[in-house]
Design a protein around this ligand. Structure first.
Ligand code: ADP
Length: 544
């Protein structure tokens, strides 16, 4: 089944005004290079690709038993919801329905919470070594099944198969890391100021944790949270994004095989009841913490909803990353990093660059070299061997990207490449786009695009660019390029973000603390610090 409206002409569905559309179309027609990018999107083989039924998908896996269209409650895969309703999952490369999942509600969520609550009493008493062994088993099973797990990601998320495989390995690395960190959950012995008392602080798991994850890393966002939570002895109820439940259910099947005990991990699948289930988890007295990755708007809502039960809340939210190229930078290195940091997953990661600030003396050469690289991208279905960049997740994402590009062009931006959409594609594609002559009146200056659009602003001085980069309510990641060591320290210290890439565009690692400041979030994931989100200190004072 095709999603309604997919075949409508893209420009006619734009949210911009007619006058604005005319201006941008006129602007676009002056740039013949843009059409080059469309060759792979219009690939006839891609257009004629057949619908992937669920049975068809399963048959392409080495182990078809990895996926069931189900949630997972109290150690059982549940294939029907109490309401009898299901929701569809689509392949974003062609808009066809690939699976239907049970649209669960409060009742099923509550069952998962109660099972997790009961399981907590025994799971929290296991030794660190026992939990470590199970996480290590799970890690091994993920690696054994990595090809299948990568295909599943590509079907439901659209990212190219090679990127999906990278995500599976990145996802698995959190189980490997936390299997080891589980054994290092050290407390403290405190030198007592009193001769008659001995003092110590031990670390304990907080209890049942609610986990809500996004579609952009359908595998790794679950393992990053689950790994830390399970390592310290918490139990979990997870709600994956309704766009990507297949990766979640495949992970859970491997968790079952790895020996995770009954009730310890629950999985609730829903689309229509997302808001109600989110509220229920936040307000439940039986849930002690929430870990969420997603939009800032939803993160704020969850934070408010968690206030009455005073939950521990960990949020990884939106970003508006700046990528600064100083006049003394290695431009080729900066361009290579820009390709990665902007266009990975077609611009759909929270640490993707949103604003390029390039010193005025090198702005043109940087723009030209970036254009050359971007025009070599092959856009298409993630399943095609030569595809470098896949579709966006859905129609709303394409519309947002389109409106940001039109807005920039209407405010005087110059199009270096991309921008022009095919009128006749299936699937949710937007051509990788590079804009220059950006200014602060454009939406891209303040709003996260979450798509394949690089907008280049120029600057003159270090102070000026720091002020520009920090002039946002977001603060997840930032990047800059310079060969001056003193400047590297200065700028790294003064960027108001949780993570900085200095002369690199690749910063994610299971061993490093991932997270943001300002409205980009609270708490850190991965690393030693990742355990803090799921534990609390208990101070013990012993009189002798
Ligand atoms: P995006 O716009 O990138 O999809 P969202 O923040 O909407 O980001 O989604 C991230 C996750 O949060 C998904 O699992 C989604 O289903 C879930 N979600 C969306 N709205 C709510 C809500 N009101 N309460 C709880 N979870 C929500």
């Amino acid at each position: 089944m095709l999603r309604p409206g997919l075949l409508t002409k893209r420009l006619s569905t734009s949210t911009t005004s007619l006058a604005a559309r005319r201006t941008s179309q006129a602007a676009l027609s002056n740039f013949p290079r843009a059409s080059l990018l469309l060759s792979s999107i219009q690939n006839p083989r891609f257009l004629s690709s057949a619908a992937n039924s669920f049975a068809n998908i399963k048959s392409q896996l080495n182990d078809p038993t990895l996926i069931t269209t189900a949630g997972f409650i109290d150690n059982e895969f549940i294939t029907t919801s109490n309401s009898g309703k299901h929701f569809p999952v689509y392949d974003p490369a062609n808009g066809t329905e690939i699976a239907r999942f049970p649209d669960m509600g409060i009742e099923e969520t509550d069952r998962a919470i109660q099972a997790a609550k009961q399981a907590f009493s025994s799971w929290s008493k296991t030794t660190a070594k026992e939990r470590s062994t199970i996480l290590r088993n799970w890690y091994n099973l993920i690696i054994e099944n990595e090809q299948d797990l990568a295909k599943i990601i590509t079907w439901e998320n659209g990212k190219p198969l090679a990127d999906a495989l990278g995500e599976v390995r990145y996802g698995a690395s959190f189980f490997e890391w936390f299997a080891e960190e589980a054994k290092r959950l050290y407390g403290e012995v405190i030198p007592s100021p009193n001769r008659q008392q001995r003092m110590l602080a031990i670390r304990q798991p907080i209890g049942v944790v609610g986990i809500i994850t996004p579609w952009n890393f359908p595998n790794a966002m679950i393992t990053r949270k689950l790994g830390a939570a399970l390592a310290v002895g918490c139990t979990v109820v997870a709600k994956p994004a309704s766009e990507t439940p297949l990766s979640a259910v495949a992970l859970y099947e491997l968790g079952r095989r790895a020996g995770v005990p009954k009730g310890v991990i629950g999985l609730v699948t829903t689309h229509h009841n997302t808001k109600a289930i989110g509220k229920h988890i936040c307000e439940s007295q039986d849930v002690s913490g929430i870990s969420f990755t997603g939009s800032t708007a939803v993160g704020k809502l969850l934070l408010k909803q968690s206030a009455d039960t005073v939950k521990k809340v960990s949020l990884e939210l939106g970003g508006n990353a700046a990528f600064i190229v100083f006049e003394d930078a290695d431009i080729d290195k900066a361009v290579d990093a820009a390709v990665l940091a902007k266009f990975r997953s077609s611009g759909q990661t929270c640490i993707c660059v949103n604003r390029f600030y390039v010193h005025s003396s090198i702005k043109d050469v940087f723009g030209e070299r970036l254009r050359e690289k971007v025009e070599k991208f092959r856009v298409g279905s993630g399943m095609e061997a030569n595809t470098t960049h896949g579709p966006l997740i859905n129609k709303a994402s394409v519309e947002k990207v389109r409106s940001h590009v039109h807005d920039a062009l209407n405010h005087g931006a110059k199009l270096l490449t991309g921008g022009k959409e095919s009128e006749n594609t299936h699937g949710y594609f937007y051509p990788p786009t590079v804009l220059t002559d950006m200014n602060n009146n454009m939406r891209i200056a303040t709003e996260e695009t979450f798509g394949p659009v690089a907008g280049i602003f120029s600057f003159e001085t270090e102070d000026e660019v720091l002020e520009l980069a920090n002039n946002t309510r977001f603060g997840l990641s930032g990047y800059f390029f310079s060969k001056d060591v003193s400047r590297c320290w200065r700028v790294a210290e003064n960027l108001q973000v949780g993570m900085v890439g200095v002369n690199t565009g690749a910063i994610s690692s299971e061993v490093a603390p991932f997270g943001g400041v300002k409205e980009s979030g609270i708490g850190r994931e991965g690393a030693r610090q990742g355990l803090d989100e799921y534990t609390q200190y208990k101070y013990i004072n012993m009189a002798i």
